[in-house]
Write a protein that binds this ligand. Structure first.
Ligand SMILES: Cc1cc2nc3c(=O)[nH]c(=O)nc-3n(C[C@H](O)[C@H](O)[C@H](O)COP(=O)(O)OP(=O)(O)OC[C@H]3O[C@@H](n4cnc5c(N)ncnc54)[C@H](O)[C@@H]3O)c2cc1C
Length: 401
C-alpha cells in the first residue's frame, strides 16, 4: 500500500473545466485530478453529470491530444498517489488512446478509406435535412440535441455521451458514420484521427467485426443521473455496419535514434513537448500547423485556436499553416541549421504534410518517443493484447507495477 492510500480521497471538485490552451493549465488539471484517479474514477467515470460537473473524469484529453502534457507525465502523477492496482481502470483508459494510435499506424488504410467515405457522404449527404438537423441539435431527441450543442459550444463531450451520440447517429438517425465522425473532428478539442475514427468504427461494428454499441434509454437515464430519458425514441435493434475493403497490417516504420546538432526544430500539433527528447538544444524553432486538414469543412474556431496556442507556446514564435516547404527552407537558412528535426507524426494530416514536403536540401529527421516504440508493437489486434502487457510496460517505463 502506498503512503497516499492510507488517506481517504478528498472530496471531488465538482466544477466544470476551462480548457485553457497552455501546458501549465494542463498540469494544474492533472494535479487536481491525480488524487481522484483511483477508486472514485473507477466507480464514477461512466456518469455524465453535465459540463459543470466534470470532477469524475480527468478532462485532460485536449492537452494529451497535442502532447502539451504527456502520457508518461500522467502515469507518473497518478501512480504517485495510488498503487498500480488501484489506478488500473484509469491507466487502462489512457492506454486505449495509445492502442488506437498504434493500431491506426499499422492499419493506415482505415484513415484513407474514412476520408474517401466522408467525401462521398458529403457529396450526397451534406444537404440532407436530417444531417443539418443532427449537427444543429434539432432532431427532437433531447439528449442528442443537447450533446450536439454542448460539443460545438465547449469542444468536449464525456466518453459515454460520445458513445450514445455516435450510436444514435448511426442506428436511430441512420446517417453515414463518416459524417458524424467528421462533426466530432471539427469540434472536439481532442479531435484525433485514431481515437475518433476507430471509436466511431467500434460503435458501428466495423472495428470489432459485427459487435456494435446500441444506446438505450435506461442506460442514458441512469448515467446522466436522470438528466435525460429518451424513452421510446431510440432504435432497439440494429445491424452492424459492414464494408467491402480489407485493411492489411502494415509494418511499423523504423526510426533511428538521432544525436545531431545544429538543428531547426519543427513543432507540430502532434507533440508540443518533443524538445524534451532532443539530444541538443535546437538553433531555431518553427511552428507548423495542419489542423485545418482534419476536415474538408470548416473547423470550430476553438479547435484551431487550441492547437495553434499549444504549438506557439512550445516553439515561442507564431505558427502558420502556409506552405510548409518554403517556411522550413526560410527558417533553416536564417538560423544556419543543417538538419530539421520534428516529432514522428502518426497517421493524420501532419504525417501527410511531412510526407509531401517538396525538396528542401536539408536532412529531415523524425524523433519517435520511447513510449510509442514500446507500446505500439502490442497494438496490432484487439485491446486485450495491450491490456495484458500493462504491468510489464509500466515496469519497463520505470513506474510502479
Ligand atoms: C465516438 C467517439 C469518439 C471519440 N473521439 C475521440 C477523439 O477524437 N479524441 C480522443 O482523445 N478521444 C476520443 N474518444 C475517446 C474518449 O471519449 C475520450 O478520450 C475521453 O472522453 C476524453 O475525456 P477525458 O480526458 O475526461 O477522459 P478520461 O476518462 O479522464 O481518460 C483519460 C484519458 O485516457 C484517454 N481515453 C479515455 N477513454 C478513451 C477511449 N475510449 N478511447 C481512447 N482514449 C481514451 C484519453 O486520452 C483521456 O484523456 C472518442 C470516443 C468515442 C466513443
Amino acid at each position: 500500500m502506498s503512503a497516499y492510500e492510507m488517506f481517504p480521497e478528498p472530496e471531488i471538485d465538482e466544477g466544470g473545466v476551462r480548457f485553457t490552451p497552455t501546458r501549465q493549465a494542463g498540469l494544474v488539471r492533472l494535479k487536481q485530478f491525480a488524487v481522484h484517479a483511483g477508486r472514485r474514477y473507477a466507480t464514477q467515470r461512466n456518469f455524465d453529470f453535465g459540463p459543470e460537473k466534470r470532477g469524475n473524469v480527468s478532462a485532460l484529453s485536449p492537452w494529451i491530444r497535442h502532447r502539451m502534457i504527456t502520457e508518461e507525465e500522467i502515469l507518473a502523477a497518478t501512480l504517485a498517489y495510488h498503487s498500480a492496482e488501484r489506478v488500473q481502470k484509469f491507466v487502462q483508459e489512457l492506454f486505449w488512446r495509445t492502442y488506437y494510435k498504434g493500431w491506426l499506424e499499422q492499419h493506415p488504410s482505415v484513415w484513407t478509406t474514412y476520408q474517401d467515405g466522408l467525401r462521398q457522404a458529403l457529396n450526397t449527404g451534406v444537404c440532407s435535412a436530417d444531417y443539418a438537423d443532427a449537427i444543429a441539435g434539432n432532431t427532437g431527441i433531447d439528449c442528442f440535441d443537447y450533446w450536439a450543442r454542448e460539443l460545438v459550444e465547449t469542444g468536449y463531450l464525456h466518453n459515454h455521451a460520445r458513445m450514445w451520440f455516435a450510436s444514435i447517429w448511426i442506428f436511430t438517425l441512420r446517417l453515414p458514420w463518416e459524417l458524424g465522425a467528421d462533426f466530432f473532428l471539427r469540434h472536439l478539442l481532442d479531435g484525433d484521427p485514431a481515437s475518433n475514427t476507430l471509436s466511431w468504427r467500434w460503435i458501428g461494428g466495423l472495428h470489432t467485426k459485427g459487435k456494435i454499441y446500441l444506446a438505450c434509454a435506461e442506460n442514458i437515464a441512469k448515467f446522466t443521473d436522470g438528466r435525460f430519458n429518451p424513452h421510446r425514441q431510440l432504435s432497439t435493434f440494429a445491424e452492424p455496419l459492414s464494408e467491402a475493403v480489407l485493411h492489411p497490417l502494415v509494418k511499423l516504420q523504423t526510426v533511428k535514434p538521432f544525436s545531431g546538432k545544429n538543428t531547426l526544430l519543427v513543432v507540430t500539433e502532434e507533440d508540443c513537448q518533443i524538445e524534451t527528447k532532443l539530444p541538443n538544444t535546437p538553433v531555431a524553432r518553427l511552428g507548423l500547423l495542419a489542423t485545418k486538414e482534419l476536415s474538408p469543412l470548416a473547423l470550430g474556431d476553438m479547435v484551431t485556436a487550441f492547437a495553434r496556442a499549444g504549438v506557439e507556446e512550445a516553439c515561442g514564435t507564431a505558427s502558420s499553416d502556409a506552405n510548409w516547404t518554403d517556411q522550413i527552407i526560410t527558417a533553416a537558412e536564417a538560423a544556419g541549421a543543417e538538419t530539421v528535426v520534428t516529432a514522428y507524426a502518426p497517421v493524420g494530416p501532419v504525417a501527410r504534410k511531412l510526407a509531401t514536403l517538396g525538396p528542401t536540401g536539408l536532412k529531415i529527421r523524425r524523433i519517435r518517443r520511447g513510449y510509442d516504440n514500446l507500446l505500439w508493437p502490442h497494438c496490432t489486434k484487439g485491446f486485450f493484447g495491450l491490456k495484458k502487457k500493462i504491468p510489464k510496460i509500466l515496469s519497463e517505463l520505470g513506474m510502479a507495477a
